[in-house]
Design a binder for this molecule. Structure first.
Ligand code: S3P
Length: 171
């Protein structure tokens, strides 16, 4: 079974993906980690040194590599992954399930204010401007996220409850 999680930065893709992988006893992959390992550099350095377009090309290439594997896995993607280079359609075609972890703008702001530093797209945005930035960004990205097979409303639910909800949707 191939399961993919998509959603905005801070939506819990990695936390939920790891927990579900443990429950289902299948391997877990994080696309950001795959990129960091293969390029032997951090996401922040890649963005700073080589720029976002280079990052998006590598993200697309490695996503295709991962999705073409024969093995079962759970993959958490980066917040922008579904929005470039036809990636969302590829995921829908090659994975058995694509889940969108949906969180409200206030919920995202609350989480992301605490962990802006290692996120190149928001680290230079003042805390006070984050709600507007996230709101606009999400508005652009929603068209892609909403193509997922299942939309999971994540506000005010703990990870264990979310994992049970997702497990209930697997055939
Ligand atoms: C990005 C999200 C990040 C990472 C990169 C770009 C985005 O992943 O891929 O910083 O465009 O939203 P997370 O969603 O895991 O933070």
């Amino acid at each position: 079974m191939k399961i993919v999680f998509v959603g905005y930065m801070g939506s819990g893709k990695t936390t939920i993906g790891k927990l579900l992988a443990k429950k289902l006893k299948i391997s877990f992959l994080d696309l950001d980690e795959v990129i960091e390992e293969r390029l032997e550099d951090s996401i922040s350095n890649i963005f700073n040194g080589k720029g976002e377009i280079f990052f998006r090309k590598k993200e697309h290439e490695y996503l295709n590599d991962v999705l073409s594997q024969k093995n079962n896995f759970i993959l958490s993607t980066g917040g922008g992954t579904p929005c470039y280079s036809g990636n969302m359609d590829t995921m829908l075609e090659l994975a058995d399930y694509v889940f969108y972890l949906k969180i409200s703008i206030p919920g995202l702001v609350k989480r992301l204010i605490l962990e802006k530093e290692h996120r190149p797209l928001i680290k230079n945005i003042d805390d006070g401007d984050l709600p507007e930035f996230i709101g606009k960004h999400l508005f652009e990205r929603n068209n892609f996220y909403l193509k997922a097979n299942h939309i999971i409303e994540c506000d005010n639910k703990d990870p264990e409850a979310l994992v049970s909800e997702i497990q209930g949707l697997l055939a």
